[in-house]
Ligand binder design. Structure first.
Ligand SMILES: [Zn+2]
Length: 335
């Protein structure tokens, strides 16, 4: 241990490399195989509400068996990206985690994508510092009156140049990271200009790009901009794994696995696999009339494709276990 760490300021983090799950704080080494971007509960379409309202018995009946199945495939942890006002229900997520045996991470923040439909009125009037104070309070004291702490910050930005409100959310996220060490998962999609703007805002607050995830990065046609961001330190989330003709009520007509393979191969060739995160943007309990989206494509389809394409077990381990453990560790990353 160097002299710097002996004299470093104590942080609020209880453990080195800790991760907050809905059932408590655990060492990052206990995350295991992790899906980094899923929606166990979501209310896409209906008006914003916080907490999200559900028929609890129906949720448990539908969701728990599916997550037990995902767990039986070898997945130990699901990162739930449903944000505040977008269907987040912490007490219910905890029950789902306990009954399914899967670790679940939830989040703090405000979702600014989807045309700002899920941004509460107060966010327009408050300063970035005030918004960050709300999110830091959830980190220190718990969410929705529970003692459950967020495992990361989730926000979103719309397409085009950052709007004033989206830029404010990014700045509030940077301030929250500096105070808490929580990873910032930011819905950005195929908007590389917004990537540069976000990294600039982070930099202005002294936050390193390794605190930031380019969410829905697979929506870019080419790996070029993704590699450029990764080389600055950013995490690249390829989180739209789908196959067509799904069973058991899980439907999707588009296959995305070949495109994901093309992108991840480019990262392997550049020696940059240590910046990749994987998921489905799956959805186990969407609002009525919206199709469920599966969470088993990575294990059942994509990993066999990676193996057939020459990926080693060690490389697969890296992108499914080691990278999530490092990314979600509560750890302040400054420039
Ligand atoms: Zn999502």
């Amino acid at each position: 241990m160097g002299i710097d760490s002996i004299f470093s300021t104590p942080t609020k983090t209880p453990l080195a490399d800790a991760v907050n799950t809905v059932t408590g704080t655990i060492p990052s080494t206990k995350l295991g195989f992790t899906l980094v971007h899923e929606h166990i509960l979501s209310r896409f379409g209906p008006p914003a509400e916080e907490p999200g309202q559900y028929n609890e018995a129906d949720v448990l009946e539908q969701v728990v068996p599916y997550l037990k199945y995902i767990n039986s495939l070898g997945c130990q942890t699901i990162v739930d990206c449903t944000a505040a006002y977008f269907g987040r229900n912490i007490a219910l997520l905890k029950k789902i985690s306990e009954q399914s045996g899967i670790n679940i991470l939830t989040n703090t923040g405000i979702y600014g994508a989807a045309g700002d439909d899920y941004i509460p009125g107060y966010a327009y009037n408050e300063s970035p510092e005030k918004l960050a104070a709300r999110w830091i309070d959830e980190f220190e004291n718990g969410i929705q009156g529970t003692e459950i702490k967020p495992g990361f910050v989730k926000i979103g930005v719309d397409s085009g140049p950052l709007s004033d409100i989206d830029a404010k959310l990014v700045r509030a996220a940077a301030l929250t990271h500096r105070e808490t060490g929580l990873l910032l998962q930011i819905h950005t999609s195929d908007n590389p200009k917004a990537v540069d703007q976000q990294l600039q805002i982070l930099g202005g607050e002294g936050v390193h790009p390794s605190a930031w995830v380019w969410v829905h990065a697979q929506n870019m046609d080419s790996p070029k901009a993704l590699l450029r961001a990764a080389k600055k330190g950013a995490w690249i989330s390829l989180d739209g794994l789908r196959t067509p003709n799904y069973l058991n009520g899980y439907a999707d007509s588009t296959s995305t696995v070949n495109h994901h393979l093309q992108l991840i191969r480019a990262f392997k060739e550049e020696g940059m696999l240590d910046h990749i995160l994987l998921g489905h943007d799956g959805s186990t309990y969407p609002p009525d009339g919206v199709a469920k989206r599966p969470m088993d494509v990575l294990i059942n389809t994509f990993i066999p494709m990676l193996k057939a394409s020459g990926f080693t077990d060690q490389e697969i381990n890296q992108v499914t276990r080691q990278n999530p453990a490092q990314a979600f560790s509560i750890n302040v990353r400054t420039i």
